[in-house]
Design a protein around this ligand. Sequence first.
Ligand code: TLP
Length: 342
Amino acid sequence: MTYIDLRSDTVTKPTEEMRQAMLTAEVGDDVYGEDPTINRLEALAAKMLGKEDALFVTSGTQGNQVAILTHCRPGDELILEAEAHIFLYEGGAASALAGVQTRTISGIKGEMDPLAIKKAIRGEDIHYPYSGLICLENTHNKAGGKVVPLQTMKEIHEIAREKDVPIHLDGARLFNAAVATGVPVADFTQYVDTVQVCLSKGLSAPVGSILAGNTAFIKEARKWRKRLGGGLRQAGVLAAPGIIALEKMINRLKEDHKNAQLLAELLANVPRLHVDVEGVETNILLCNIKETGLSNEEFLTKLKDASILAGPFDDGIIRFVTHREVTSEMVEAAVQKIKQIV
Ligand code: TLP
């Protein structure tokens, strides 16, 4: 059975060119710093992200957690949005591994009010934890792929500088934000100390993320990656498709955004389904199915029987994600079937 798989952009498989690059990649032992392909990927990523250095990590989660471990000490407080991926979907790793406590701030569509962050930053008091780190997420997954505006990041950056608290950006889909707004990626990253970007989502590499920051930070992060068992050996075979992801796959994210827009417009016309069409800014779309009277599980099972896959998000909310393996024809075909189901 072939499915129209709209669960996530993580399902994208490597392109033929990526597979060829894997086959012929020059490799060495990366723990010795001797894998030329990894070195090339890290240098390229650092340059694109406007940072001094970068580190190839196995996943977005590992990148975020290495960042938290490197920035914070146990007992520190981590300030982040109430529906951030780090808070909701990383298995409580920030507390399990780094021993930090989380201080969540409810944002509007993923965007935290800079003044709320200012208020949350602790002052000097023997009772208080240290404010160790602020984490931002752009695009914001749970908010439906929303772009956190550059101006908001700038304001948060100014507050963080004044209070001397570093900022880490979970930029799993930062290239989607850049493509959607036309704002260069380094314009976003100028307002953060460190950033994690995923190569394995819309950019279609099979594995991996990049963590970027200044030289001293990446040196320490490399040690944390090793402690976590993330020091890989001849991993140039994994870095080779990552280079193609950064060099050739960013611009095509526009197609995913166009298809998400198409999907939103078509779904909005299906009776009993509700989609905020204007709110779809990138490749993620949230659809309210409450009026159908079906539970998420029932709805998703019916979709699956019609060979469409999507994901549950909240009660009565289904997430659809467009990506390289979903064409506009597939979007149209999927909506035809969904119409019949509803
Ligand atoms: N997100 C996945 C799931 O974990 C929810 C998805 O399908 O969207 N930050 C953000 C903003 C993410 O969306 C994700 C993955 C990650 C970090 C973690 O990346 P991986 O899966 O590589 O650990």
